[in-house]
Ligand binder design. Structure first.
Ligand code: FAD
Length: 424
């Protein structure tokens, strides 16, 4: 008698989805049918979207968009390209116009999106860098501001993190990269740069050491910074904040409010469409065989590194369920990032803890984990970032795991060693 091969479906081909499918393939080795369904046949490496404005190399789309179908086939993963509209948890099926696919285990990795229109005037009067197309548009504005400066025009650039943005780090990269870039172009003295954020502290989710590093950094390069500046609306060349302040500007670069990329009505979500799940195993609340990984879940901070950790936990636990072994893997929310500053990299390892008010989870620094909370800045960390990026492209482009296996173990040892070196 033929035995039923469990069907595992992963929806979404971002970093969370690819890491999950690759990890499942590692663990299961043909014991289950793995299918990835995504509205795009590529992996868009969002972290690279900070670069096109400052580097012609990164204007080449193919560097940051990795085609997946052929690599998936090599790993025994079926790849289907379509947009999933509906999840029918009773029938265990995902659907869209006329298409349907059944699952035994479902992993949703559909990520986040931007909703700039929550702030009237935001879309029309600012640039951003969420998607590659946004970054290319922002690159034109940066080109324009440099050209204006070369003609002798003084300009004010406003940089802003909006309320309900869930990933402030990349905006800090843009701030420091823009400042370095203007210096390189020898026009820095023609610019006033002002940074405003809705957060109470700079890079709030990552604690006091990052706030201090960001404050020092802004002072060092002569950028005026304001926290708790919640933008309410934008007119052409004028921003309004809820504390009554207004700021006039020539160009604005903003990071808008986040929402879920796709809102699935059959699943429990918060008011932005982020799916409620158990923070230890990323099982969707009330559903035994549906999981969420990455930006689409209700973890309050959205970050690729956290998405990779969730992917590892979910893949490990599904594989053990398939193999009828104990399901033991627990997600450990330790964030890690290296922020590009052009003349250095700012590294942070941040152990987080979640106060899981089921409807409004809050992330805080993990009490008593001071030794593991590390912030460093040096050229070496910038080189480390590039080493990591190249490895990510190599591994994920072939649909291999980035965050598990021998290569990651070696990188992790190097990172732990580098942490012992002082900041420069
Ligand atoms: C400029 C920038 C820089 C960043 N830098 C860093 C960094 O240095 N370090 C870091 O850790 N994080 C960084 N991040 C955050 C990181 O990019 C995200 O956390 C990460 O991409 C989330 O991965 P994901 O798989 O959850 O979602 P996504 O990458 O958004 O992928 C979602 C996928 O699902 C697909 N999809 C969505 N809805 C459907 C549907 N209904 N049907 C089918 N397919 C669907 C999408 O097309 C996409 O393929 C950065 C983000 C930005 C914008």
């Amino acid at each position: 008698m033929a035995t039923h091969k469990p069907s595992i479906v992963v929806v979404g081909s971002g970093m969370g989805g690819v890491e999950t499918a690759a990890s499942l393939a590692n663990h299961l080795n043909g014991e289950a049918k793995i299918t990835m369904v995504s509205e795009t046949s590529e992996l868009e490496l969002r972290p690279f979207n900070i670069y096109p404005a400052f580097s012609n190399v990164f204007k080449k789309r193919r560097l940051t968009h990795l085609p997946l179908a052929a690599s998936a086939a090599k790993r025994g993963i079926e790849f289907q390209t379509w947009h999933v509209d509906e999840i029918d948890t009773d029938q265990q099926a995902i659907r869209s116009n006329g298409r349907s696919l059944n699952y035994d285990h479902l992993v949703i990795a559909t990520g986040a999106g931007m909703r700039p229109d929550e702030i009237p005037g935001y879309s029309e009067n600012s640039d951003t860098f969420w998607a590659y197309s946004d970054s290319m548009k922002m690159a034109k504005s940066v080109e324009q501001m440099v050209a204006n400066a070369k003609r002798g025009q003084r300009q004010h650039v406003l940089l802003n993190v909006a309320p309900n943005n869930k990933c402030a780090g990349p905006m800090y990269e843009i701030v420091f990269m823009l400042e370095s870039y203007l210096r390189r172009k020898k026009v820095r003295d023609m610019f006033e740069l002002t940074y405003t954020t809705a957060e109470e502290h700079y890079i709030q989710a990552f604690g006091p050491k990052l706030h201090e590093a960001a404050s020092k950094g802004l002072d060092r390069v002569g950028i005026t910074g304001h926290t708790e500046y919640r933008m309410t609306h934008l007119e052409p060349n004028k921003a309004h904040f809820d504390n009554g302040e207004t700021i006039d500007f020539d160009f604005m670069i903003g990071f808008p409010p986040y929402v879920a990329h796709t809102n699935f009505e059959s699943l429990p979500t918060d008011d932005r469409g982020f799916i409620h799940a158990d923070k230890e195993n990323w099982k969707v609340r009330g559903h035994e065989n549906v999981y969420v990984v990455g930006d689409g879940g209700d973890f309050p901070v959205k970050q690729a590194f956290l998405a990779l950790g969730m992917a590892g936990t979910v893949a490990h636990n599904i594989a053990n369920e398939v193999k009828k072994k104990p399901v033991t893997n627990v997600f450990d929310p330790v964030s890690m990032c290296i922020m590009e500053q052009f003349d250095a990299g700012l590294y942070a390892q941040v152990p987080l803890s979640i106060q899981d008010d089921p409807d409004k989870p809050i992330v805080t620094m993990r009490p008593g984990a001071d030794d593991d909370y590390v912030v460093r800045r040096s050229r070496l960390w910038q080189m480390g970032k590039w080493g990591m990026y190249m490895t990510m492209v190599w591994q994920m482009g072939r649909m291999h795991t980035f965050h598990e296996g021998g290569i990651w173990t070696a990188m992790d040892i190097a990172i732990q060693g580098m942490q012992k070196l002082p900041s420069k």
